[in-house]
Design a protein around this ligand. Structure first.
Ligand code: SF4
Ligand code: SF4
Length: 301
């Protein structure tokens, strides 16, 4: 059964890096993986969450008065947030004049999203762009995803792209294909145990889905997040290159590591567990993947 509403945490327009042309990108909330390097930690939980940016807080106490759940309280040096009491109701957000509070995740309907992105129709036409559904993991809300893709692709005639970690049954991904033009497929590591250690889950179904996409002759651009200590050693990169070449995946985009999401970890009260990294092995990764006959691009950050 299709669902016409889902939880989305952002819609960005004029995106140049989520598929061809100029695009609107819709970010679904919720992900089956919990990658240690995740740049969007607010995407992992399927539920709306309050983000509290303490560096912006003036300790005025407006949120303490507004909160019905006593999640905010006065302490000697300002205010304190207790996430365990927070229902993400958002009552404290309007009164925060410093913009220190926001709720990540809103329930949106297919029609609302479609109306918003269709305003950019002319730009899509002129640039060869369209709409990318990203996350989080869009397949985690698969009935909503199907309804949205049917609307955008089949009804509105837009170019659609799915940005996925592919941690889902093949049948779920297969159901989306008639309503998609391109899949951006994350391949993070070929070793199941290492994948489990760094993302919280094994990779057997992900690699199988990659093979199935090729068997179905579907247009795929593989994305490899290049993470220091995880997959940037020569041996890891040769294994990825071998897998891609053997599977027949011919195009790769390397996603360089960054730490732009650190402030969001703090705002969610989460710890960033990845050890500090030095240096980048993007040039080496490009050379190794190219040596397997793969077309390689590097994602702009
Ligand atoms: S309303 Fe905003 S600025 Fe005032 S105490 Fe709460 S978070 Fe801080
Ligand atoms: S989102 Fe609601 S429950 Fe959470 S701190 Fe703000 S007012 Fe309280």
């Amino acid at each position: 059964m299709e669902e016409t509403e889902g939880i989305v945490f952002d819609i960005q327009h004029f995106s140049l890096h989520d598929g061809p042309g100029i695009r609107s990108t819709v970010f679904f909330k919720g992900c089956p993986l919990s990658c240690l390097w995740c740049g969007n930690p607010e995407s992992q939980s399927p539920q709306p969450q309050l983000m509290y940016f303490t560096h912006l807080c003036a300790a005025c106490g407006n949120c303490v008065k507004a909160c019905p759940n006593r999640a905010m309280s006065f302490v000697t040096d300002g205010v304190r947030f207790d996430p365990s009491r927070c229902s993400a109701c958002g009552a404290c957000v309007p009164g925060c004049l410093r913009g220190a509070r926001s709720v990540s995740g809103m329930r949106l309907g297919v029609r609302e999203i479609s109306d918003e992105v269709r305003q950019h129709w002319r730009i899509f036409q002129q640039s060869g762009g369209g709409v990318t559904v990203s996350g989080g993991e869009p397949l985690a809300q698969r009935n909503f995803l199907l309804a949205l893709l049917r609307e955008l692709h089949d009804e509105a005639g837009l170019h659609t792209c799915l940005d996925t970690c592919a941690k889902a049954p093949w049948a779920a991904l297969e159901r989306m294909l008639p309503h998609l033009d391109l899949v951006l497929l994350d391949i993070k590591h070929t070793d199941d145990e290492k994948h489990r250690e760094w993302t919280g889950s094994g990779n057997a179904d992900i690699l199988r889905n990659a093979q199935k996409l090729v068997e179905n002759q579907f247009d795929v651009l593989v994305r490899v997040p290049l993470i220091p200590g995880f997959n940037d050693a020569d041996a890891d990169l040769y294994d990825i290159a071998d897998f891609l070449a053997e599977t027949g995946l011919k195009r790769v985009e390397i996603m360089p590591y960054h730490t732009f999401g650190l402030g969001k970890y703090r705002a969610l009260g989460k710890n960033y567990l990845l050890p500090a990294a030095t240096g980048s092995r993007v040039p080496e990764a490009v050379d190794i993947l190219k040596s397997a006959g793969i077309e390689v691009e590097v994602h702009s950050i």
